[in-house]
Design a protein around this ligand. Structure first.
Ligand code: AMP
Length: 285
């Protein structure tokens, strides 16, 4: 069922709660692909009822980012969700989420601001304010849907770490379930932004997963020095690749490492054809 308003979602969820049914939420920005579907499948396995939110959240995009051109495919998304047996697709307008006429800035709107150490690194460094926008919309969705479980992908590793931190720090009564990265057979991590890439661009984009796989295999062979592990990337790069960052940090709190260990995660952000792509890998599964 497609729902556009907060009140209608609340009504449906209240009736489920009266029957003691568990509720799962899968927050998305739409343009659904197999990565999103893996979260939805996990939610279906775990919960009695599943809500998928489909909302391109304006406040998590910077002024020069791709908010306007972000793919919007609600009809196709609905079909995919119907196939998976999703109970509600919640697709609010920006006015429904943020009150018509309200200026979307933190001098007029209450924002949730995650800790500096969690945002002043990796994607947060170039996407200033991005995680404030993410946490704000996710907490709003938690308050609207009041899910027992919420499902996030490891694809956006910094995001899920920050959401877990928010839930813990603010005592939000929801259990966060992290799901593995879904990749194409080539190794390319699925992303709604892959739609911006040409066929050649998709080939050039394989460099992200190649660099990460190689770092993991060097770690498996005993290399732990982070600088040495990061240096192995250079052999894969050419002028089609515009590197933003490659870091190896703690997978729970994003702290930098000098020596990698079994709790380390390697993360990369890189532009191909001016499309910003991210990927990551645990050094030990
Ligand atoms: P998005 O629509 O890009 O905001 O993503 C919605 C959710 O789907 C987030 O929790 C993402 O981490 C997750 N997701 C996106 N791509 C993938 C993927 N390739 N594998 C697993 N989860 C993903």
């Amino acid at each position: 069922m497609l729902i556009h308003t907060v009140n209608e979602v609340r009504e449906a969820v209240n009736s489920w709660k009266k029957e003691n049914l568990t509720v799962g939420l899968v927050p998305t920005m739409g343009a659904l692909h197999e990565g999103h579907l893996s979260l939805i499948k996990k939610a279906k396995e775990t919960c009695d009822r599943v809500v998928v939110s489909d909302f391109v959240n304006p406040i998590q995009f910077g002024p020069s980012e791709d908010f306007d051109k972000y793919p919007r495919t609600l009809n196709e998304d609905m079909k995919l969700c119907d196939n998976e047996g999703v109970d509600i697709v919640f697709a609010p307008s920006a006015d429904e989420m943020y009150q018509k006429g309200q200026r979307l800035s933190n001098d007029t709107l209450t924002y949730v601001c995650p800790p500096f150490f969690y945002v002043n690194t990796l994607c947060g460094k170039s996407r200033v304010g991005h995680f404030d926008g993410v946490c704000t919309v996710v907490l709003k969705l938690f308050n609207i849907v009041q899910p027992d479980y919420a499902f996030f992908g490891q694809k956006d590793a910094q995001q899920v770490i920050i959401i877990k931190k928010m839930v813990n720090d603010l005592n939000v009564p929801v259990k966060i379930i992290q799901c593995p990265i879904v990749r194409e057979a080539s190794g390319l991590a699925l992303s709604s932004r892959n739609k911006y890439l040409s066929e050649d661009g998709k080939k050039d984009a394989l460099v992200l997963s190649k660099i990460l796989k190689n770092i993991k295999s060097c770690y498996d062979k005993g290399v732990t020095d982070v600088a040495a592990l990061k240096e192995t990337a250079y052999g894969f790069l050419n002028d089609k690749h515009d590197m933003e960052y490659l870091e190896i940090v703690d997978r729970d709190n994003l702290e930098n490492k000098i020596k990698a260990d079994d709790n380390s995660i390697a993360l990369i952000a890189l532009r191909v054809e001016n499309v910003r792509l991210i990927d990551n890998i645990y050094l030990k599964d």
